[in-house]
Design a protein around this ligand. Sequence first.
Ligand code: FA5
Ligand code: MG
Length: 383
Amino acid sequence: SMTARMATTVLAPPGELLGVSPDEKYNVPAGVREKLGKDLLLNPKHPLGILWKTVQDYFAEQDPNCKFFDTEKPVVNTVDCFDKLRVPPDHPSRSPSDTYYVNKDYVLRTHTSAHQCQFLSQYPEITSFLCAGDVYRRDEIDASHYPAFHQCEGVRLFDAEKVSREEVLEDLKKTLEGLAAHLFQLKTGEDTMRWLDEYFPFTEPSLELEIFYQDDWMEVLGCGAGALVLRNAGLDPAKVHGWAFGLGLERLAMVLFGIPDIRLFWSDDSRFSEQFVPESFAQKTKFKPFSKYPPVLKDISMWIPEEFADNDLFEMIRDEGGDQVEKVDLMDDFTHPKTGRRSKMFRVTWRDMSRTLTNEEVNAKHETVLERLLPALVMLKSQ
Ligand code: FA5
Ligand code: MG
């Protein structure tokens, strides 16, 4: 299809990725590939490393037998990432417009849940563990979404004869509320933190937690109780109950340290990195933003072909603009009443975090985005 061809134009011919050979399904752009191996979580001076350590300390205190993993490879097979978690074969999260494929059987993990069944079956004696790592998704572009980010998975098992499903759910909420209280002194029901019902194919019931930050509710984690995947890990759901959660470490670190934009986590700017030390959690360090440079705005209006995914556009923009793209907003979504054709208008906010961008340099990149789009789209207008 048009979109598939368009997407492949952004790719340099790849070599093996962590020992896995690409095939024609490969869709990992260079800007995402270069994030592999950065190991931000293992850096004790990086806000993500500091947070990961703090989360481990909290869980070690809760349960001295809790095990911690953070060196699993981010390239996983689709069986672990999707099938074992009961994600249906036609589910959109598997599609190449949402997921980075190395080849038809291997993906950049889209969540740390990809390791749940592996650990449960590999270590039958473990009843609770955390697993943290870098994960990858094609997604929208704004201050809290980035194609490479970090999650921490948590799993705890219970003896089904001693603990009811209701008690498991209570324990889950209590544990995560305790984590939020430990990190931020936040409590639910105070207009700063709220639970919402959610759906995941691997837990039932499922919930998500949102925190109020920068004038809006920001989702920080998904979780659930139930034993839907235990059978796939070789466990007997009649004997074992469990809960699991997956939290977005960038989002928690943003709230914890007052970091306004997710791009900063990848910044080489010493004005960012020098603000953090291993003691930053204890010292309650708050990030002091350096001055904001003016943005350059560019609009893109286009008729949307049927097979076009917004994520294809977002990735072209990110691929051209890298971290100079702050956000992409959908400004208008119009369906022609007679022809049924659909048009959309997106506004791209360009802003470098360390200097003022000129209109000329942004124009050059914007034009390249438009040229890439052209094979697939009829442009309406652009400015
Ligand atoms: C999951 O990934 C589930 N695996 C979580 C889970 C685990 C549920 C175990 C039940 C049991 P979700 O797609 O909502 O869920 O992502 C979890 C968190 O990752 C989000 O709440 C958010 O904090 C973070 N996140 C998701 N997409 C992005 C992104 N593009 N950039 C930064 N953070 C993101
Ligand atoms: Mg979610």
